[in-house]
Design a protein around this ligand. Structure first.
Ligand SMILES: Nc1ncnc2c1ncn2[C@@H]1O[C@H](COP(=O)(O)OP(=O)(O)OP(=O)(O)O)[C@@H](O)[C@H]1O
Ligand code: NI
Length: 320
């Protein structure tokens, strides 16, 4: 992996230690993002997508714990930081936009004060912070006057723009977003995605976005990460993944995208995702895989390179 990667995740493993057992939510995940990359993380519910991105900011809630791994942003390992250093890294190196802006915005404070506070905490003077608030609100397509509004006076789309403004106010290298548009209607969803893309292209920020919407990933991403049961099963440039999906799970996911032109119904993937307290042996997808063999039941396949910028974890592609 080159030194130039803005984000470099190495062997990240995150478990939840619940009373009913240890949930293997993210296991040995490695991935990279370059400047201006738009990485879409896809996979069924419960596959570990949110756990992975919360870990990127060292924000996994208890009873979750990062068991091992490194997360380098610009060469700095976020997981080796604590206290003030960690707080400063959040926001200036990597920051996050959540699904529901109500969870991040304080309902009883003006939005401008909330954005300014983030800047002041990072050592910026009050005057400079308020000047930056106006600027960053405009950069997300809002008027400067919005600074005086309270969150409830804004529409859902405006609120999400405010949280994006707060997240990018310190010009982080990486912007992480966990399904940032699911609470919004379709037209506003597109506007917010256009905004995120514009920010990426104008600042060079890397975007890491979780989505349930495969069509959105196909439309916007430069890289696609496919997660299944806490593991990356396939990962690569968007082009290579859609032109030549290798993993049977990726093939099934892409086949589940409704084909509007042909009027075909989407195919759902037979079976259900496994219980991560006791994941299947070998390849975690083997119980649902139409191609599974004895080897798949016994031994976990490594994530191996297949062509340029394309990695897959499947025995079908490993010379035995
Ligand atoms: N706070 C928590 N305590 C215990 N287990 C958790 C917690 N958060 C997530 N998990 C478990 O970790 C696994 C991965 O969950 P995660 O939320 O990361 O998946 P996801 O891919 O983001 O799912 P979704 O698409 O539904 O948002 C699941 O088995 C889930 O039940
Ligand atoms: Ni999630």
């Amino acid at each position: 992996m080159s030194q130039q990667n803005v984000l470099n995740v190495v062997d990240l493993t995150v478990y939840y230690y619940t009373k009913r057992g240890v949930i293997h939510a993210v296991e040995d995940v490695s991935l990279t993002a370059d400047k201006m990359d738009f990485v879409a993380i896809v996979g069924e519910s419960g596959s570990g997508k949110s756990t992975l991105v919360y870990a990127l900011l060292n924000l996994v809630p208890p009873p979750g714990r990062i068991v091992k791994g490194s997360i380098f942003v610009d060469g700095i390992d976020i997981l080796r930081l604590s206290g003030d250093k960690l707080r400063r890294a959040r926001g200036s190196l990597i920051s996050m936009v959540f699904q529901d802006p109500f969870t991040t915005l304080d309902p009883i404070r003006r939005v401008g004060d909330q954005i300014a506070e983030v800047l002041i905490e990072h050592g910026i003077s009050k005057d400079e912070a308020y000047a930056r608030v106006g600027e960053v609100l405009e950069s997300v397509g809002l008027s400067r006057n919005i600074a005086n509004a309270y969150p409830h006076q804004l529409s859902g789309g405006q609120r999400q723009r405010v949280s994006i403004a707060a997240a990018i106010a310190l010009n982080p290298r990486v912007l992480v977003a966990d399904e940032p548009t699911t609470a919004l209607d379709v037209i506003v969803q597109k506007q917010i995605m256009d905004l995120i893309d514009r920010i990426r292209l104008s600042t060079g920020m890397s975007i890491i976005l979780i989505t349930h919407d495969i069509a959105l990933a196909v439309e916007r991403a430069t890289k696609i990460v496919v997660m299944y049961a806490g593991k990356i099963v396939e990962y690569g440039s968007k082009q290579s993944i859609i032109e030549e999906p290798l993993h049977p799970y990726t093939q099934a996911l892409l086949a589940s995208v409704p084909d509007i032109e042909s009027g075909k119904w989407p195919k759902s993937i037979p079976g259900t995702p496994p219980d991560l307290r006791n994941p299947p042996t070998g390849c975690r997808f083997h119980p649902r895989c139409p191609y599974s063999s004895d080897l798949c039941r016994i031994k976990q396949p490594d994530l191996v390179g297949y062509g340029k910028n394309h990695y897959v974890s499947c025995w079908l592609y490993i010379r035995k």
